[in-house]
Design a protein around this ligand. Structure first.
Ligand code: SF4
Ligand code: FES
Length: 373
């Protein structure tokens, strides 16, 4: 590759792996980073300065639970002052009035709020936090009252998929501009809980029909993004818009990676923003260059007309399901390993097994947490 590669569109800022919830499909790694290893405020601000210089447009604050960091308003203010668009992806359970006011004063542009279900009891069970659903609804109202656009994220799976129509209804009632109905993606904790989460083909088809009907009904009023599970697909998704093509993901301790799940891949040493400038990471780090573009591709991708559309699918899924990150994503019907998807569907069983909950022993800095499991 010659010349400079175009800058990433977005920086995914995992401020902390701490979270009061314990969702069994969390995309965080199975080994969570400890609070003591987190980058401090000034280190994050330095990274945002570098991001702005590099040409990054958007910062997505996530976690864990980003509002568990007391310095979140300071970080938002700093990023806004550098001209970066700021988005927070949150469970909302810590988003009280003072924090909402502080974020508004800091210049936050957008908040995405996640809900586990529409039935409070089941929502609290899935998140492993009693009372979470009520707090989330209050947070949604707070976001609307502040005049910010609201996006509601619903992660759907076999234990809430029957409620998708009601999820869309509540998004409409709360005045959301956008809602995301996203089937669980099977990395990290999601892969560990796959049998408890993977819906049947019939359930998926019914959900797709519900979403299509709602899209037609709500056209011009609410956008509905829909993410389907790879396990019933015939072509893979363009994961992260291609490896190291559009995003840099930074872990709480400062590890820079092309995606949130990349540290599951063996044989990689990911650089740290503590000692390497973001521009150098983006342009020349070997881990970023490893699967960028199409040169690395084996057949059938190498000669496929979709190779610059889906970029061969997801490297982390290829590794998780085949043991080799350099193979074609098994979600593709053309992949030599495509049969593993059907095998996983066959293993899901008639009744879901109990959830294995994500846990971190340290609670939030901001509020006590109460687990119900
Ligand atoms: Fe995508 Fe590769 Fe499948 Fe073609 S063969 S559709 S590039 S994953
Ligand atoms: Fe890592 Fe898809 S999650 S490349």
């Amino acid at each position: 590759m010659t010349g400079l590669f175009p800058p990433p569109m977005g920086l995914i800022v995992e401020l902390t792996h701490r979270c009061p919830l314990q969702c069994p499909y969390c995309s965080n790694p199975l080994e969570l980073e400890r609070p003591a290893s987190e980058l401090d405020t000034s280190a994050w601000m330095r990274v945002f300065d570098q991001a702005a210089e590099l040409g990054v447009l958007q910062l997505h604050f996530t976690g864990g639970e980003p509002t568990a960091r007391r310095d979140l308003p300071d970080l938002v203010r700093h990023a806004s002052a550098r001209g970066l668009y700021t988005n927070i992806i949150t469970s909302g359970v810590l988003l009280d009035e003072p924090l909402m006011a502080a974020l508004m004063a800091a210049g936050i542009d957008h908040i995405q709020l996640s809900l586990q279900d529409i039935e409070p009891e089941n929502a609290d069970r899935i998140g492993g936090y009693r009372g979470a659903h009520a707090k989330k609804l209050a947070a949604a109202q707070r976001i609307r009252d502040a005049g910010l656009p609201l996006t509601l994220n619903f992660v759907v799976h076999r234990q809430n998929i029957q409620n998708v129509a009601r999820m869309i209804d509540i998004a409409e009632k709360l005045g959301a501009e956008r809602s995301e109905i996203a089937h669980v993606q099977y990395y990290g904790w999601g892969l560990k809980n796959r049998a408890a989460l993977l819906p049947s083909r019939a359930e998926l088809d019914a959900t797709t029909a519900t979403v299509e009907a709602a899209r037609a009904r709500l056209k011009g009023r609410m956008v509905i993004d829909y993410v389907v599970p790879d396990y019933y697909a015939s072509r893979p998704k363009s994961c992260m818009g291609g490896w190291a093509q559009r995003f840099i993901n930074i872990s709480p301790s400062g590890k820079a990676m092309p995606c949130h799940a990349a540290e599951t891949l063996p044989g990689f040493t990911f650089p740290s923003v503590r000692d390497t400038p973001l521009a150098a990471i983006w342009q020349s780090d070997p881990a970023f260059l490893r699967f960028r573009g199409t040169d690395w591709m084996p057949e059938p991708c190498a000669s496929c007309e979709r190779r610059e559309i889906d970029w061969g699918g997801c490297r982390c899924q290829a590794f998780a399901l085949t043991g080799d990150a350099g193979r074609t994503d098994p979600a593709c019907a053309l992949a030599p390993d495509h049969a593993v998807m059907a095998e996983a569907v066959a293993e899901r069983g008639i009744a879901p097994p109990p959830f294995i909950y994500r846990r971190i022993n340290a609670g939030s800095e901001r509020a006590p947490v109460e687990a119900v499991v």
